[in-house]
Design a protein around this ligand. Sequence first.
Ligand SMILES: NC(=O)c1ccc[n+]([C@@H]2O[C@H](COP(=O)([O-])OP(=O)(O)OC[C@H]3O[C@@H](n4cnc5c(N)ncnc54)[C@H](OP(=O)(O)O)[C@@H]3O)[C@@H](O)[C@H]2O)c1
Length: 256
Amino acid sequence: MKTFTLITGASTGFGKSLAIECANRGMNLVMVALPSSGLHELGCFLKMNFNIEAITFEINLSTKQSCHSLYKKVKAAGVSIKYLINNAGVLSRGVFEDLDEDYFLTQISVNIAAPTLLTKLFFEDLKTNAPSGILNVSSMASFFHLPKKQVYGGTKAYLLSFSKSLRKEIGKYGIWVSIVCPGGMNTTTSLCIQNRKLGKLSRTSILNPEIAAKETLQKFLAKKEVVIPGTMNKLFMFLDNIIPTTIKNKLTSNAI
Ligand SMILES: NC(=O)c1ccc[n+]([C@@H]2O[C@H](COP(=O)([O-])OP(=O)(O)OC[C@H]3O[C@@H](n4cnc5c(N)ncnc54)[C@H](OP(=O)(O)O)[C@@H]3O)[C@@H](O)[C@H]2O)c1
């Protein structure tokens, strides 16, 4: 039976780049994104150019029902999942007191509840297709406690902790869990504009999603636990371990 890689948030940005990387390696895809995202056209493009199967589902993953509905649709299509890539995410958007409560509740649903539930729903598939893997997309914001990324950083820290714990638990089934913590990437238009305004040092750490996706997929398939794409970001992580907390707090308070 043919196996598939399920990627959420595959229509654009990092998810799209991960989908292209997978297609380039001949991996069949189940791609998920919000309605009217151009996902279907991307799926057709990948099918035609990489000789793979690509099935697309336009679903808003912010509710329990929609995650179940995705699972049912995947099963109805007769598809079995070998790799699950939880990439869909609601990005950060400003100071806490200005944030609309519906915004951060959706952020928590998409960034935390959906990947947790999808992992549970597709667990039997992953067991059947072992060796198999889960890749959860976190962020460097899970390590650095940055202003304007309070709820976002919290959701990404959850994913880091969840993934590391689950990895220890389910390795016995031949399923590994990797977590990727990208730094800044040029994905959305607003992020591209924001990234251009950064200082020189920070700017050198910004990656294009294609570069980050290439390194991520290679390390995921090699079963690495935590992937930090990019040399500068790895350097930041090294410095994080040796710089005293008081200095780090000063630097991160001024970071944005
Ligand atoms: N960009 C960065 O600097 C950066 C850094 C670290 C980590 N990350 C993480 O990388 C991942 C991808 O980010 P990105 O920058 O590529 O963002 P993006 O360009 O905004 O893409 C987000 C993807 O998630 C999908 N999505 C959002 N809400 C959804 C929902 N409710 N249901 C289903 N799909 C939904 C979007 O679908 P539509 O296209 O239909 O809207 C899109 O495909 C996120 O988890 C993010 O936290 C990004």
